[in-house]
Design a protein around this ligand. Structure first.
Ligand code: NOJ
Length: 732
């Protein structure tokens, strides 16, 4: 037996994807020559200045810092007038004229707001997400912003965590594809272009695993899980050329992420060859004191900088301590210079030395440009997930019916912008009611009622909503979360419909009218009653500037829903964390005692990862693998035929999952390893091609080596993580 194990280990393919070479667009030795020359002329104070980022409010102190070269970066300055004025102070007055780097949270748009990132991930359309990020970059750069604190690529397996809204969901493969798309969209091939900004992968790393889903909470993640689940989107983003990363707030296995030499230095720089710089999260250096790993600001600054955080966002610990640490010989000057080098490198790559200002004319031209709004509508359409459609209640007829549009969010505009609305202006948003009115045209029979507030316990308006429903042929109930209920510091232990909204739905159900529920939220909601009792449910997230128009497109059949869940949809908070790529356990779930299950609810999600309905039907057939066996470094080609067997055109997201049956460590029951969004007309069929190689078949083993292990694999190609046509193959 021992001999067999040794043999198996010997033929494991040790694929080393470890060392990457940085791909930051434009980076090369000429930049470093200029940077080194500049550093040779800088005083200690000027160097420390480059490592500081403060939030801006018009204050004489901050303006003086700009004038004297004592600040490298500001966040939260907006607009050409403000950025140019501040830049002028630095460029024309400071001794070396080093331009300031302006950073901002341009998370899902600057002025034209796209759906929240989780919704964009539900489109499973990285190309469109790339275009959306490019629009965000164009508007932001025109406003003088050089750097966005996006994309957030944290894997999130817990819907209680409010920041699930800001990422691409639970899966490392989908998350990596979206990370790459967004980095490319923000940065393009030239950071100095007038329509691109530097990206920032955040929050490095593990922030999404906050215990209990409570924001900022502690994380404990094994190195294997870190490498197999949490790191891949960061690695993919670094490989795609992301210029910066942000270190996270969380305590990671006892070493806070903002002072963690293993993740920041060993992995990011050592293994991945990252050439950009790392900014702390807001005060996350100062927070090393309450974390209990630094006694004071000086120790916090020392730990962070030596671990590999080059810029201090707002804690001011670098400002207070670095010169003393250098003077006392505690911090080597070489460490400081290397940090300055990395920051200046990005300033050069952004072209700030050549072109420090933005053109105010451009700022006026680009905001909310027609193509931007059209793209926002397309993205919002693709992001919506049809969860239920009993009896094909949707799409609704346009003519000859009376529609009751009911709920606290029917005419909200600000809430459709979701978390991080940046410069998004609620006045520019198409509300749901407005979208429906426009779709149905003048003279349409539309009744409206709010029913209740988003939160709170007042239900006096429910009877008038019921009265409106009674007069209608169909009810569109718009329910869910307002914009403040997801995002940072917005965790919810109970994440059902807030306030009296479920009571409203129950009262409407009592009318026996057909009901379509349109859910607005930054996370999946705990809605077991609605899932059982409401015939049609459309998850519309917070869809941005064009949300109302896009929702009407779907409700009245101008667009067949094509979004797929980027997260497993829980039945109950008691199931969390919940994810489709779980381990089988020694006692896999059945309905028997002494298996891994709950006594009171099913272990399965309400709706599985990858799931979403359409107005048409797709059938999968003829799964073919070009071979039954491959070598550990080989490639396997997989094809499947997908046919639209329904009556309407539509998009399908064809998904490929694998399972490595027996490994040296336990392997997930399914792992997404490929997907393609395709469009099919009624009756049309298409052969979809995938290929599997060592990037897809390997994993990090108990020794944290990336290996492809021999043995049998199962594979499924299908419409979500719980279905599909099945095949198998062997790695020799
Ligand atoms: C704190 C958040 O965690 C981070 O994502 C954001 O970029 C910074 N604040 C700056 O606003």
């Amino acid at each position: 037996m021992m001999r067999r194990c040794a043999l198996v280990l010997a033929i494991i393919l040790l694929v080393s994807p470890l060392v990457l070479h940085s791909q930051i667009p434009g980076y090369g030795t000429e930049i470093d020559r200029r940077v080194d020359e500049l550093i040779s002329r800088m005083t200690l104070e000027e160097k420390i200045g480059q490592l500081q980022q403060y939030t801006y409010g018009v204050s004489p102190e901050l303006q003086q810092m700009a004038r004297t070269g004592a600040i490298g970066s500001f966040l939260n300055v907006r607009g050409a007038a403000q950025t140019n004025a501040l830049q002028k102070l630095a460029v024309e007055n400071s001794r070396l004229g080093i331009p300031i780097l302006f950073g901002l949270d341009v998370i899902h748009g600057y002025k034209t707001i796209f759906p929240i990132p989780l919704a964009e991930a539900a489109s499973w359309d990285p190309d469109l997400a790339e275009q959306a990020a490019a629009v965000a970059a164009r508007e932001a750069r025109a406003a003088g912003i050089h750097w966005t604190f996006a994309p957030m690529v944290d894997i999130a397996r817990d819907a209680r965590w409010g920041r699930i809204a800001e990422g691409a969901g639970e899966d490392p493969f989908l998350g990596s594809r979206m990370a790459v798309a967004r980095v490319r969209g923000f940065q393009g091939g030239n950071l100095a272009a007038p329509d691109r900004v530097a990206a920032c992968l955040k929050h490095y790393v593990g922030y999404g695993a906050a215990e209990g889903g409570r924001d900022y909470n502690t994380t404990e993640i094994s190195e294997q899980t870190l490498r197999n689940i949490y790191l891949p989107p960061f690695r993919a983003g670094v490989k795609a050329g992301a210029a910066t990363l942000m270190s996270a707030f969380n305590d990671l296995n006892g070493v806070p992420a903002s002072a963690n030499p293993f993740t920041l230095d060993h992995i990011l720089r050592g293994e991945w060859g990252f050439d950009g710089f790392v900014v702390s999260d807001w005060n996350s250096i100062g927070e090393l004191i309450p974390h209990g790993v630094a006694a004071d600001c000086a120790e916090a600054a020392l730990k962070s900088l030596t671990a590999g955080v080059e810029m201090d966002m707002e804690s001011r610990c670098f400002n207070q301590s670095l010169s003393r640490l250098i003077e006392e010989g505690i911090l080597p000057l070489g460490t400081l210079d290397e940090a300055v080098r990395r920051v200046l490198r990005i300033k050069y790559l952004l072209g700030l030395f050549e072109k420090p200002y933005t053109d105010p004319k451009l700022e006026k031209e680009v905001m909310l440009a027609r193509p931007h709004l059209e793209l926002a509508r397309l993205m919002a359409r693709e992001s919506m997930v049809l969860l239920k459609n009993d009896g094909n209640l949707l799409p609704l007829a346009r003519k000859g019916i009376t529609v009751a549009v009911i709920g606290p969010l029917i005419d909200s505009r600000a809430d459709l912008l979701g978390t991080w609305r940046c410069e998004g202006d609620p006045a520019q948003v198409v509300s749901i009611l407005q979208g429906i009115r426009t779709a149905l045209g003048d003279g349409a029979a539309i009744l409206t009622a709010h029913g209740c507030d988003v939160t709170g316990t007042k239900g006096e308006s429910i009877p008038s909503a019921v009265a409106a429903a009674q007069k209608a042929d169909v009810v569109i109930a718009v329910v869910g979360e307002d914009a403040s209920m997801s995002g940072e510091a917005a965790s919810r232990a109970r994440f059902g419909l807030p306030g009296m909204q479920e009571e409203l739905l129950r009262a409407l159900k009592g009318t026996n009218k057909p009901i379509v529920a349109v859910l607005l939220a930054g996370r999946p909601l705990e809605i077991p009653w609605a899932a059982d009792n409401i015939p049609a449910i459309l998850m519309a997230w917070h869809g941005g500037t064009q949300a109302g128009a896009a929702i009407a497109d779907v409700l009245f059949g101008d667009y067949s829903p094509s979004g797929r869940l980027p997260v497993s949809w829980p039945r109950s908070a008691g199931q969390l964390p919940l994810y489709y790529n779980f381990k089988n356990t020694g006692r896999p779930t059945t309905d028997q005692k002494f298996t891994s299950r709950y006594l009171d609810i099913a272990s399965t999600p309400q709706f599985p990862f990858g799931y979403g309905l359409s107005y048409t039907r797709f059938e999968y057939a003829n799964l073919q693998l070009d071979r039954k066996e491959i070598g550990p470094g080989g490639q396997l080609k997989v094809t499947v035929e997908v046919r639209n067997t329904g009556e309407k055109p539509g998009d399908e997201v064809v998904q490929l999952y694998i399972r490595d049956l027996v490994g040296s460590i336990t392997r997930p029951v399914r792992e997404l390893k490929g997907f393609q969004r395709i469009h099919l007309e009624p009756g049309q069929a298409r052969t979809v091609h995938f290929s599997l190689g060592s990037d897809e078949l390997g994993f990090f083993n108990a020794r944290n080596e990336y290996v492809v292990e021999p043995g049998e694999f199962h594979l499924w190609v299908g419409p979500n993580s719980a279905e599909g046509v099945q095949g198998k193959f062997t790695v020799r």
